[in-house]
Design a protein. Sequence first.
Length: 299
Amino acid sequence: MATIIDGKQRAANLTGVVANAAAVLESEAGIRPGLAVVIVGNNPASHAYVNAKSRMAKQCGFNSMQYSLPEETTQDELESLVAKLNADPAVHGILVQLPLPGHLDAEPVTQLVRPEKDVDGLTVVNAGKVASGDLASGLVSCTPAGAMILLRDLHGADLSGLNAVVIGRSNLFGKPMGLLLLAANATVTMAHSRTKDLPSVCRQADILVAAVGRPFMVKKDWVKPGATIIDVGINRIDAPELGEGKTRLVGDVAYEECAERAGAITPVPGGVGPMTIAMLMANTVVAAYRSLGRPIPTF
Ligand code: GUN
């Protein structure tokens, strides 16, 4: 049976370090890291994520600012808010929760965020730094950064000689994850919906990362014996076995059967998810330290 990778515990450890760093900043410089989270519309899953982020920011001792805008918010109104947050020295990190309602264009909003405050790592400046191998001077997208910490704990910082397969090629996760694995010397395959014979590609993977948004897609016979599986999927499915109308969260990996063959695996929930929130806190405290010209804490 596979080792279960406890992302919840690792995230708690990380947020402890972040809270400490925030306390030091407050006592030495009188500054609290400020995180502004913007959400537009009524998507219940997005509200749940955003509430968790705001709650954790408070727990870390941050100045946590949540902007909940109505569904009918215009592009101009949203961009004006981001511009205002860009100009506010009390705000060190800005996150605009995605997806936005259909009438809004996410890309110009994302690119409007000042790179120094882009705690999501989605601006071309920060994404470009990751692509060019500069992992030190920008801000790295939270979910891939969190997944890399879990991999570093297991395999060390140098993944030389290991084959990594990432399924999914989004800007938010798949692309930066592939690049971070490459920077750590893994041999990387970025697979996606058009990949031919995905199961056999996955069977080559010492590290298999799934981020497709399809419940239970990765099956046991896709898994190389002893592989490390990182499941980034968060899918809500009906769970009548829990009672009428109940739902539960599952990943992109058929967890039970794959755990029989893998060497290590992240559960859903309790794997990558908590690491994403912890890395958001880490990015925010880093942004606050940099804004004061202080050497940043390491995680
Ligand atoms: N929606 C789902 N995950 C994320 C994330 O990491 N950042 C943002 N901004 N939106 C998301």
